[in-house]
Write a protein that binds this ligand. Sequence first.
Ligand SMILES: Nc1ncnc2c1ncn2[C@@H]1O[C@H](COP(=O)(O)OP(=O)(O)O)[C@@H](O)[C@H]1O
Ligand SMILES: [Mg+2]
Ligand SMILES: [Zn+2]
Length: 259
Amino acid sequence: MAQDTCTKCGGSGWVVERRGELSGATRCVDCQAATAAERTAALLSKANIPPNYRKVDFDNFRIPNDNPIARTLLSQAMVIIRSYAREYPVSSKPGILLVGPTGVGKTHLAIAALKAIIARGIQGTFFNYQSLLDKIIASYNPAAGAGRRNAYESAMESDVLLLDDIGANRSIDWVEDAVNSIITYRCNHLKPLIATTNLYDPEFGPAVHKLDAAGFAGKQATLSDRIGERSRSRLFEMCRVIKMPQVEDYRPHVVDRWG
Ligand SMILES: Nc1ncnc2c1ncn2[C@@H]1O[C@H](COP(=O)(O)OP(=O)(O)O)[C@@H](O)[C@H]1O
Ligand SMILES: [Mg+2]
Ligand SMILES: [Zn+2]
């Protein structure tokens, strides 16, 4: 949308240029920039990113100095996630699954990736797994608002879906079916999913196990225990697994994000 205040085109969105006898109109570059920025801002405002994560990005993700192994592994993970966002859409495996213990920056990096993808004009939505389930449950109440009913649809249809903390709670069977249908639908329609989990899965292999099996939420509960075998295998089918190393929980270092 052209801006009334634009000094280059006066708000028409077109700049008339003369070349000798000829004059032609070209799109105003300033307004084009404004249009792209406006689109990104509009997409971001609808992305459902929680307020306390709105400011996170790749630039404010800190790599620790004190632990060389963690430093290497964490920067490798960040580089992979960053290039995923830069090269999006990626055809081989369209999504990513960030796995690792609590407080190591999974949600931070997943949101950084979502925001970077949105900045390229692509529509994306964040859902915390538990709150999506709550919304699905509430939507079965006839008095539920349209917002609640739409959550399920939006998780299905969003161009990119970030499903955070997948499997965080054991869900009742029909809710598991709902999650399964979201994952299956997205998988069938090649709609990318960015997901995070702190649950363990044998697929993560010994490297992550040796480093941080203890850090995973309750070693006994696995991904398939929580989301079911079908969702689990769809998840691996569509997502590249990115293992986050055991680093010190970053939460105590989080500076004030209220401002
Ligand atoms: N390496 C990091 N640099 C900067 N902030 C971080 C880093 N790791 C985590 N955080 C911050 O710490 C808090 C917890 O991280 P989060 O991404 O929620 O962890 P996880 O999802 O792995 O449990 C968030 O506020 C996040 O922005
Ligand atoms: Mg998280
Ligand atoms: Zn203009």
